[in-house]
Design a protein around this ligand. Structure first.
Ligand code: ATP
Ligand code: MG
Length: 279
């Protein structure tokens, strides 16, 4: 096990997020490589700390090949550190930045991994609440895993709070904009993760955030309008019938009519030949 933070040597910065920085680190005694996420508490209120501690407990408890593993959590006065498995190929956001679009067979594999991860989390009564490309990580074997349990959302970081919220709200389901339709992490919240997966899957084939046009200003009003009221989906012409059907089932505005994880996991779109190493 990793007993002390001082045994970890920082090698590089893997990413910067909302309030935290993720480093590639080496455990000096074993030479094993890990990812270390450091969350700083700029506004050190008891509330924020308690919430972060609870999220850290979730991260330590989850144990699935479809969720990024957390080996240790270090809690000090000014920061909270997570020692995680290193996902060598970075996030789906990085992959999309380089490749622009992905072939349907690859998207199918990504979607299946996310569905398995969500199935596990939902069984544990956990709503992820922040499924988006930068929170889906890929290792050297091509396995896709869910990361980030919303710890960053309760930490006030360097990044403009408005910008951070915009980034996250783009993948939020319509019911989360309706104060009466969604009262936090209740049973209804599970459908929100399915919506977010639908947005991610469509983005992988469209090549950009799919709910608003490339030229449109991605401001709050445009986004909320598109998410809550726009009925037409920009579906690429080359999309297969399976792809269209899968995305349409995820992006049903009424959460009670949306496909569930258990239904979607049997959908033909995610039951093509899958080349990842998960079994
Ligand atoms: P964001 O708001 O962009 O999602 P965040 O504050 O939620 O950021 P994380 O998602 O945990 O922070 O990490 C930020 C980035 O660091 C990721 O998008 C990814 O590129 C990289 N990263 C995080 N964890 C790992 C890991 N275990 N292995 C490799 N890279 C990682
Ligand atoms: Mg993240």
């Amino acid at each position: 096990g990793i007993e002390d933070l001082s045994d970890l040597e920082k090698l590089a910065v893997l990413g910067r997020g909302n309030g935290g920085t993720v480093y590639k680190v080496r455990h000096t005694r074993t030479t094993s490589i890990f990812a270390l996420k450091v969350l700083r508490f700029y506004h050190n209120t008891t509330n924020i700390r308690q919430h972060a501690a609870r999220e850290a407990e979730i991260f330590k408890r989850v144990d699935s090949p479809y969720i990024v593993r957390c080996y240790a959590v270090f809690d000090s006065e000014d920061d909270l550190c997570f020692v995680m498995e290193h996902m060598e190929r970075g996030s789906l956001h990085d992959v999309l930045f380089v490749n622009k679009i992905l072939p349907e067979d690859v998207i199918s594999g990504v979607a299946l991994c996310v569905l398995h991860g969500l199935k596990y989390l939902h069984r544990m009564q956990i709503v992820h609440g922040d499924i988006k490309p930068s929170n889906l990580l890929i290792n050297s074997k091509g396995d896709v895993k869910i990361a980030d349990f919303g710890v960053s959302r309760v930490v006030v970081g360097k990044r403009d709070a408005y910008e951070a919220f915009m980034g996250t709200c783009a993948y939020m389901s319509p019911e989360r904009f309706d104060p009466e339709g969604w009262d936090g992490y209740n049973a209804d919240g599970f459908a929100g993760d399915v919506w977010s997966l639908g947005v991610v899957v469509l983005e992988c084939l469209v090549g950009h955030y799919p709910l608003i046009g490339v030229g449109e200003k991605p401001d709050w009003a445009t986004l909320v309008c598109a998410i809550c009221f726009q009925e037409r989906l920009e579906m690429p012409e080359n999309a297969s019938p399976d792809f269209r059907s899968f995305v349409s089932k995820c992006l049903v505005k009424d959460w009670s009519k949306r496909g569930t994880v258990d239904e979607l996991i049997d959908h033909p779109f995610v039951n093509r030949t899958y080349l990842g190493s998960h079994q």
